[in-house]
Design a protein around this ligand. Structure first.
Ligand SMILES: Cc1cc2nc3c(=O)[nH]c(=O)nc-3n(C[C@H](O)[C@H](O)[C@H](O)COP(=O)(O)OP(=O)(O)OC[C@H]3O[C@@H](n4cnc5c(N)ncnc54)[C@H](O)[C@@H]3O)c2cc1C
Length: 484
């Protein structure tokens, strides 16, 4: 079966019967849990895109598999050209526009493309058989149209120490037992985006490992309902508003994101699902490649969410009667400029992509890192400008309940009236959406993830300095000035 609809996807995740600890309670009906449900709807939108009435949109989501005979969702595609890489970014921007939040499906796609090329290289050097294993694994993912979580980030304990030097060696996920038919792993992965909405997990090492760190050099795929995996739900700012009866204060009325802490409590991984096991030389390459794809991703998704925020700011400016003020217009132009710069970087690193020896396409590493470094800054500046234009009510608006209360509602409607024809409830809606993105649940993905997702800013700076060919630039100057 290929190309599930959003509803078919939801049913398939329900059938996994995942359990998680959510705010101190064990929850075994996650799809119906009001904290989790909006995030599932956001993922479902990535399935519905493939069934859009609009042919152009459908064309973004549908493509042919390179590893099996099937039409597949681009969120499970191994990129076959620079056009594929560009279409990925366009699709992500579309999803950001539609949901106004993180739709959680890029991280598995980025992991798959990195594992695909890395397993090929490992096999070439060591005569191992990881690549064919991964092709078989990924073919099933594509044909069944599954959601895959990309799990890289270990807890890391004391950052100044290597995995083996930590007080607890499990602070980096590792192999604790080797068996004839597989391995047993122990550890945790933090901040896992959309894990509870996923069918599968690809686990990758988090570091460039060194000789002696073979046990921590492990990459594999497991189902999310594998025995020994435990989930602890991550809180987001203002998340309990989702539990309230009235939804107006949530800000984003339909969709939301999700992150969990995932514990691997001695999980067995069968041999055929292992894609790297002890080849330390290749862990750094896998991390670099995954990070580059994911840094490209942000050029699409963050720009897509940025469009929503800019639209909300332009609308509130109109509602407040300040839309013609030159400083407001200029601030909105600045927001657009920053947002389009993010998008441009996503498109640029895609257009400059190249074919790997394995056959899939990799993004331009330098430009992907420039893209992500901009992402660590520009959404913050866009959010600052949004806060400026939206006004103080962003932080002091009464509750949706007070807007319905017979005692307070008349006062609120009288004193929060604005330009003619604007309903106070609509003003609330727009302010709450902006609040959601700059300070509420949506800011986890729009701001905090922009800073740390796919690596904190220093990680991009290191890659930029490595990729920039500074010696080549010095040589150009010497040539120009005739310096020997
Ligand atoms: C919303 C969100 C979603 C995410 N989704 C995923 C996901 O789906 N999958 C996944 O695998 N990960 C995910 N991540 C994790 C993300 O990749 C990490 O947050 C990121 O790599 C930074 O790691 P950290 O959070 O441990 O911060 P740290 O590594 O602790 O970084 C904090 C600061 O410490 C500095 N620092 C760290 N180590 C050192 C050192 N050795 N020496 C000097 N300075 C150091 C950093 O440069 C940074 O300034 C997500 C994160 C967020 C916030």
């Amino acid at each position: 079966m290929t190309l599930k609809t959003g509803d078919e996807y939801k049913d398939s995740v329900k059938s996994l019967k995942l359990e998680a600890h959510v705010m101190g309670k064990k929850s075994d009906n996650l799809p119906e849990n009001p904290l989790v449900n909006p995030s599932m709807k956001a993922v479902a939108a990535t399935f519905d895109g493939a069934h859009s009435d609009n042919e152009e949109i459908r064309g973004l989501f549908r493509t042919r598999s390179s590893v099996c005979e099937a039409e597949v969702n681009r969120f499970a595609h191994l990129h076959q050209s620079t056009e594929d890489l560009v279409k990925k970014v366009l699709m992500q921007r579309y999803c950001g526009n539609l949901t106004g939040c993180c739709f959680q499906r890029c991280v598995g796609l980025d992991a798959a493309n990195a594992v695909f090329s890395t397993t090929y290289d490992v096999d070439q050097e060591y005569g191992t058989h990881y690549h064919q294993r991964f092709r078989d694994y990924w073919c099933k993912i594509q044909v069944d149209d599954l959601v895959v979580d990309g799990a890289m980030t270990d807890p890391k304990g004391d950052r100044s120490k290597r995995p083996g030097e930590q007080a607890d060696p499990d602070l980096y996920l590792r192999v604790v037992e080797k068996k004839n038919d597989g391995v047993v792993v122990r550890g945790a992965k933090l901040h896992q985006t959309g894990m509870l909405n996923s069918h599968e997990i690809i686990v990758m090492p988090t570091l460039n490992m060194r000789p002696g760190e073979e046990d921590w050099t492990i990459c594999f795929g497991v189902p999310t309902n594998a025995r020994g995996i435990r989930y602890i739900y991550g809180r987001q700012a203002s998340d309990t508003r989702k539990l309230e009866e009235l939804k107006l204060d949530v800000g984003n009325p339909i969709y939301g994101g999700q992150e969990v802490m995932t514990v691997f409590d001695d999980v067995f991984v069968p041999k055929e699902r292992i894609f790297l096991n002890g080849e330390v030389k290749y862990s750094g390459k896998l991390v670099e490649r995954f990070a580059a794809y994911h840094r490209q991703s942000y050029g699409g998704c963050k720009a897509g969410v940025g469009d929503v925020l800019i639209g909300a700011v332009a609308l509130i400016a109109r509602m407040h009667g300040i839309d013609r003020a030159s400083h407001v217009r200029d601030k909105i132009v600045e927001m657009i400029h920053l947002n389009e710069t993010l998008f441009s970087c996503g498109i640029a690193c895609s257009s400059m992509g190249y074919r790997t020896p394995a056959g899939n396409y990799e993004v331009d590493m330098l430009l992907a890192n420039v893209c992500k470094l901009n992402v660590t800054r520009f959404p913050y500046e866009i959010a600052r400008l949004a806060t400026d234009v939206a006004g103080g009510l962003l932080g002091t608006l009464p509750s949706a309940k007070d807007l319905e209360d017979p005692v307070t509602a008349p006062y609120i409607k009288k004193y929060l009236a604005t330009t003619e024809g604007v309903e106070v409830v609509d003003r609330f809606k727009v302010l709450r959406l902006i609040e959601n993105l700059v300070a509420g649940a949506g800011s986890v993905a729009y701001l905090i993830e922009s800073m740390h997702g796919a690596g904190s800013p220093m990680a991009q700076r290191i890659m930029i300095s490595r990729q920039a060919d500074l010696d080549g630039k010095i040589q150009k100057v010497k040539q120009l000035l005739n310096i020997n």
